[in-house]
Design a protein around this ligand. Structure first.
Ligand SMILES: [Zn+2]
Length: 410
């Protein structure tokens, strides 16, 4: 929106006396006044009412007939009004599962938005996870230079306990003649008779010349169907350009980089649903565990000044010293106050590296000694309600984080 503020001209709803108001965008604005001065008339009956009315206007006539008429508030005009929501002051809930998002029901829309237009991005290669269908594969083949020789192949899936050669025999009885190994086509009978053995052997389904005719296109589509069936939703093509062999894998499954992803659904983004909720904190965003505020009560201290209080005692100071003596090797600022450390440095303190054991490792050690009373007491001193380390308080499983709204990143 290009405007920088909401402008209200001549508001006369209820007891408002034709007032003009300008409310800046992106600011926290409070309307105050004595009882009966028209705060609610301005906020709810003018601003919110107009926002709702415009939203309803944007819907089709068919939907509008179910929603009832919404009266236009008494005002000359309102400009710069973004979509409006109202949380009434009586809606105070102590339910720890309620958030501003769920109370206002905006969360419902966000779940739908992510499930419908979100793209799943693999955390390994940062590229989009997509299902390939026959159409995608034929399009890929069609854009290759004309008359390129293309091999359509399937990975060979051995049923449990069956030897490769026995399986090839069965495939040969089913009418398949060749396999693809060592970058060339080999007759199945030659492979068996000559006792060949290669690490990867693909079943060759068909060889075609990409000549662009309808007949070839139909043949490719038919062969791909067989290839995907034989390869359990996976297939591979090899093609020859300038005497060089190139290969590309396709999959109908929702996978990338060896990981099978779950396609986005609204439940995946709901922390009140077992499908979406983080398994460690069950969707609360908080757990009872080693609490940062108890381990580092004074965050203005540096590591050298004993910011980490559990490493202060004679019994545990070796943990702190291991960090201090090796800090130079990975440029850790031991004299910097804890609160000034970067997120990466704080994460390092908790997780450790090859030179020193982190705070989590220290507490793993303490937990392993729990049969001794002093360690049980020690542990209880540092346990408290803390942000869930698994989901970082986002309440959702990490799978939900793979789904991005890519148009927001541009
Ligand atoms: Zn969690």
């Amino acid at each position: 929106m290009s405007e920088k503020s909401i402008k209200i001209k001549n508001a006369k709803t209820h007891n408002l006396k034709g007032i003009d108001v300008e409310i800046p965008h992106n600011k926290f604005v409070v309307v105050s006044g004595v009882s009966g001065s028209g705060k609610s008339s301005l906020a709810f009956d003018t601003l919110y009412a107009e926002g709702q009315r415009r939203y309803v206007e944007s819907l089709s006539a068919y939907v509008r007939q179910f929603l009832g008429r919404m009266n236009k508030p008494e005002v000359d005009y309102i400009t710069g009004l973004p979509p409006s929501i109202a949380i009434e002051q009586k809606v105070i809930s102590n339910n720890p599962r309620s958030t501003v998002g769920t109370t206002t029901e905006i969360y419902e829309y966000l779940k739908l938005l992510f499930a419908r237009v979100g793209k799943t991005i693999s955390p390994i290669s940062n590229s989009e996870v997509k299902r390939d269908n026959i159409n995608d594969i034929t399009l890929f083949i069609e854009q290759l230079p004309k008359d390129t020789e293309v091999y359509l192949m399937s990975p060979i899936i051995l049923p449990n306990g069956r030897e490769m050669n026995d399986h090839l025999q069965i495939l040969s009885q089913q009418g398949f003649n060749r396999i693809f190994a060592n970058n060339k086509a080999i007759r199945i009978s030659d492979y068996i008779d000559n006792k060949m053995s290669y690490k990867t052997v693909l079943l060759l389904i068909d060889r075609v010349k990409n000549d662009g005719t309808t007949e070839t296109k139909n043949r490719i589509a038919d062969s791909l169907q067989v290839a995907l069936y034989e390869g359990n939703n996976r297939c591979e093509i090899a093609y020859f350009i300038d005497n060089k062999i190139l290969r590309k894998k396709f999959s109908k499954a929702f996978e990338k980089d060896g990981i099978t992803f779950s396609p986005p659904t609204p439940e995946m983004f709901s922390f009140n649903n077992p499908m979406g909720a983080c398994t460690k904190c069950e969707g609360f965003g908080k757990t009872i565990d080693i609490a940062e505020d108890l381990v580092v009560p004074d965050k203005s201290l540096s590591i050298y000044e004993d910011a980490i209080v559990c490493w202060k005692s004679d019994a545990s100071k070796d943990w702190k010293n291991a960090l201090i003596y090796s800090a130079e090797k990975f440029k850790f600022p031991i004299h910097k106050p804890y609160c000034k450390l970067t997120d990466k440095q704080i994460s390092l303190l908790w997780h450790g590296n090859e030179y020193f054991g982190g705070i989590y490792q220290y507490f793993d050690f303490v937990k392993s000694q729990q049969y001794k009373i002093q360690y049980r007491v020690l542990l209880s001193r540092y346990r408290g309600v803390t942000v869930c380390p698994e989901c970082n308080g986002t309440r959702l499983k990490k799978e939900a984080n793979y789904v991005k709204l890519t148009f927001l990143q541009k």
